[in-house]
Ligand binder design. Structure first.
Ligand code: URA
Length: 280
């Protein structure tokens, strides 16, 4: 990728690039100082416009009114009581035969766990079902529950910038989550919720058959790798997923990177590794 373009993407991720200082050439001293990096506004302009089908991102400076709306509770729901999930979930063999559209329909009608009581809608995934790169996050949050698409909030904006840094538009990859429904108050997914949703994600992976999986965040990495190791231990090496041995890289969740921007340099290393694997 052209140096200047790469630099503007790294700037969009707010990753500082270290440069070797050299003594200025005598004639340079006469010129007015030039900034090493474009101003943030310039970097933002360098980003191509969002693809037309992407729904508009929420304005996070002013929280939208719907964020404070009470959840729509399904009247038949009995939150707190054990669900008869096993009966409601399509048997794994049926899910395993479903095509893309049928799978999406099954998921949108799923009542396998209590999360259907409080969701506004299921969040199936977005992007190209033929993508080489599959990104798997944790679960929808408030923005995603409202808009029906994964990674739409501030974390989504950062994920988009991370993808651009390795040359991808959001529409060129596939983005899905471990869970298809939002856990209330953005709590960690429960074990039973993950296991009810797992056949859906497995079928998505089978149908997409990506070259590389990028697991973002601890919950995604631990569940996909069936490990209890910390993300710090799981990232930094190539794992292999499932019977197809799909190369899998674990990296930090964009939400974590927003809180701990000093870790962005490590996530940049992880993205470079993704790129290397995609090029093999
Ligand atoms: N965080 C996730 O892990 N997934 C989303 O879709 C949004 C935020």
């Amino acid at each position: 990728m052209e140096q200047q373009l790469r630099k503007s993407y790294l700037d969009a991720m707010e990753i500082t690039q270290w440069v070797v200082r050299r003594p200025p050439a005598p004639e340079m001293e006469k010129r007015p100082a030039q900034p090493l990096a474009p101003e943030p506004a310039t970097a933002a302009k360098a980003e191509p416009p969002a693809r037309p089908s992407t729904k508009p991102a929420a304005d996070h400076d002013a929280p939208p009114a719907w964020l404070n709306e009470a959840p729509l509770l399904d009247e038949e729901c009995q939150p707190g009581e054990a669900s008869d999930a096993a009966e409601q979930l399509p048997p794994r063999s049926i899910v395993a035969d479903l095509g893309w559209d049928a799978l999406q329909q099954h998921i949108s009608a799923c009542k396998a766990c209590e999360l259907h009581c409080s969701r506004k809608q299921t969040v199936f995934g977005t992007g190209s079902p033929q993508a080489d790169l599959l990104i798997i996050g944790e679960a929808p949050g408030a923005d995603e529950d409202h808009l029906g698409e994964p990674f739409m909030g501030r974390a989504g904006k950062l994920l988009n910038a991370m993808l651009k840094a390795i040359g991808f538009e959001r529409s060129q990859v596939y983005i899905a989550n471990i869970l298809k429904c939002r856990p209330p108050d953005n709590r960690d997914p429960h074990v039973d919720e993950v296991s009810h949703c797992r056949p859906y994600l497995m079928r998505q992976i089978e149908l997409i058959n990506p070259k590389v999986i990028l697991a973002v965040g601890r919950v995604s990495a631990q569940n996909l790798l069936e490990s209890t190791d910390t993300l710090g231990r799981l990232r930094g090496r190539t794992h292999h997923f499932g019977a197809g041995n799909i190369p899998l890289i674990a990296t930090y969740h964009p939400t974590y990177l927003l809180r701990s921007p000093e870790q962005k340099a490590k996530s940049w290393q992880d993205l470079q590794q993704v790129l290397t694997l995609l090029q093999q």
